[in-house]
Design a binder for this molecule. Structure first.
Ligand code: ADP
Length: 599
């Protein structure tokens, strides 16, 4: 039979990934049939208690029946009970034992042959293929000798040779399959571990939760414990069995893990306990430590333990412990090697998660500080407002009392001081209001052209008095944005008043507004003092004023731009400054356009 006539997949009950193993076995049965002289030769492998026929040589009419045969291993029990032993083969003489055989056998029409060695069609001749421990791994059966006679001594010895080869081939195929399976499992576990490390979902707990199942699955483990060491000397554990139940891990076990893990990580080794072979102490660990580990494993009723260090770079981040029952296989070298790889993958995932967690904590703390600051501003400005009103009112009354000129000078100074305080309090209140966490934006459609016009009307006189020109360049159609009218007014007013304030006489301030893509862009440009490069990032902080003496000559609170930045942020916009000291400054604000409902 030609090689390519095989249909390895049609009748594939083995689930073997490697069809070359089947091809080898097929060649073997063909050789047995042709070279030793049997019309039928089949090879079955024992899989999970079943005999599955994987190779067949013989008449086409029986192929279908035999190649699809899956029978429980017990079908051969009656044969084994009575058969004669010929080395690996068992021969059942149908003339002596009249037994009813079920399954797995082809019933052939008896032919009459009276020779004492004549082959009876119901005779059974099968070779038992077993592993080193004597467990049945397969069957090589032959039927219908071409000679019509029972095999002679020469044929039997050939049969024995072929059976031995077939046994090797089957065992190799099983080993290969086991290897492929282990690698595939470990590989899929690795992929899950890597996926779990994707930043979007990475928290320490989520990484461990998501990788738990696939790791148990991939390593055929009965339980999993991951202990992650914190930077502060503390640690955090996650231990579950296959049913998802939490397993208790005693403090002394955690303490041992903390001791063992860094040493294993440094040496890139794993610790294996409960393998059938003698316990091997990894060179990185002392016998004392290993002895302690074995003792603890015994008190916890753990059969087979694989302890794997978790880490990244030179840093050991934790220990992963996988457990198996004695019913499960020993930790193979593939298991150990893949576990070490997982230690790297999981380590990298944990490192990312830890960094992210730290970042999140930081952001949370900053947010808290920020909230606290706006609350402080709110309280402060409210507390100052009332006494300030009292002071201003009383100053006014005192002014009307007909004071002498000297007293008036003092009174004026007090009045100016009160005005400045009033400005600070007003700005503080506004900043507190726009940055208050529980003060949502009540947005309505606002035409920024109108805002710009209003601001210019308000500031034009000041500009003229200072010898400045304000140029206005607005597109001649509404420039609508969703926003709070007071806040947007304040935004533009602060920018234009700064430009006027920080531009010497003779200069020009330009206010322009236009559509740009999905935004409305407002620009306030001046050719005034300019802002030093190093100050440009800081001017948006509350109370920050540059050290430029010319700028400091102008009155100010340092709150104007902080308000601008907060309002822009609340409106989902962007704020940009471009400036050169001594040449001028341009502030650009981009706010998302208003999109009317329905288009
Ligand atoms: P204030 O103007 O009350 O000091 P701001 O928050 O409005 O506070 O501005 C912060 C600082 O940024 C100002 O002190 C000033 O030094 C600088 N600044 C702001 N706008 C301009 C500008 N158009 N030209 C030059 N410097 C400016």
């Amino acid at each position: 039979m030609a090689f390519d006539e095989l249909r390895p997949n049609d009748s594939d009950h083995t689930g073997w990934s490697d069809s070359s193993a089947r091809a080898v076995l097929q060649l073997m049965v063909e050789s047995v049939a042709e070279l030793i002289g049997f019309e039928i030769a089949t090879l079955s492998v024992a899989l999970d208690g079943d005999l599955v026929t994987v190779a067949y040589a013989g008449p086409e009419e029986h192929r279908e029946f035999l190649m699809n045969a899956v029978d429980p291993v017990e079908v051969i029990a009656p044969v084994l009970e009575r058969a004669e032993s010929w080395g690996r083969f068992r021969f059942l003489d149908a003339d002596v034992h009249h037994i009813e055989l079920e399954g797995h056998w082809v019933q052939l029409a008896p032919e009459r042959d009276e020779h004492p060695d004549a082959w009876h069609p119901e005779n059974v001749l099968l070779g038992l293929l077993s592993d080193d421990d004597g467990r049945l791994v397969g069957l090589l059966s032959v039927d219908l000798p071409v000679s019509g006679r029972r095999p002679d001594a020469a044929q039997r010895s050939l049969l024995e040779k072929y059976a031995a080869q077939a046994e090797r081939a089957v065992l190799t195929a099983f080993e290969r399959e086991e290897l492929v399976r282990q690698v595939a499992h470990a590989e899929s576990a690795r992929q899950v571990v890597r996926a779990a490390a994707m930043p979007a979902q990475a928290s320490l707990e989520s990484v461990l939760q998501q990788t738990h199942e696939p790791l148990l699955e991939g390593f055929q483990a009965s339980g999993l414990w991951a202990e992650v060491f914190g930077v502060d000397g503390g640690s955090w554990g996650y231990a579950r069995n296959r049913e998802g139940e939490v397993m208790e891990v005693a403090d002394e076990v955690v303490a041992l893990a903390r001791e063992i893990a860094p040493q294993l990580w440094a040496a890139q080794q794993v610790l294996v306990m409960g393998n059938d072979a003698e316990l091997e102490t990894p060179p990185s660990l002392t016998e004392g430590l290993v002895g302690e580990a074995v003792g603890l494993a015994a008190t916890m009723d753990l059969d087979r333990v694989l302890a794997v260090p978790l880490g990244a770079g030179s840093e050991c981040l934790g220990l992963l412990v996988l457990t198996r029952n004695f019913a499960h296989p020993v930790w193979s070298s593939v298991d150990q090697a893949s576990a070490l790889e997982i230690g790297h993958d999981l380590g990298a995932a944990l490192l990312t998660a830890r960094a992210l967690e730290r970042e999140r904590t930081l952001v949370r703390e900053l947010k808290e500080i920020d909230d606290y600051r706006s609350q402080l501003f709110a309280t402060l400005s409210h507390e100052l407002r009332t006494p300030l009103t009292v002071i201003s009112g009383n100053l006014e009354i005192v002014g009307g009392l007909g004071l002498d000129d000297r007293a008036k000078v003092f009174l004026d100074a007090m009045g100016r001081g009160a005005d400045r305080m009033q400005k600070v309090v007003d700005d503080l209140m506004l900043l507190a209001r726009v940055s208050h966490p529980r003060h949502p934006l009540a947005a309505v459609p606002i035409d920024l052209r109108e805002v710009a016009d209003d601001v210019v009307t308000l500031l034009d006189l000041t500009a003229i008095a200072k010898g400045l020109t304000i140029e206005v360049d607005l597109e001649d159609h509404p420039l609508l944005v969703p926003g709070d009218p007071t806040e947007l007014d304040q935004l533009v007013a602060n920018l234009v008043s700064n430009a006027v304030k920080y531009t010497p006489s003779g200069g020009t301030v330009t206010l322009s507004a236009r559509r740009r893509g999905d935004d409305v862009e407002v620009r306030v440009a001046d050719d005034g003092l300019g802002i030093a490069e190093e100050d440009q990032a800081r001017i948006f902080r509350a109370f920050y004023r540059t050290e430029n003496p010319d700028a400091l000559n102008e009155p100010g609170t340092g709150l104007g731009l902080a308000i601008v930045a907060t309002v822009v942020e609340r409106h989902g916009g962007r704020l940009d400054v471009a400036s050169r000291l001594g040449e001028g400054t341009t502030f650009t604000v981009a706010l998302p356009s208003y999109v009317a409902a329905g288009g």
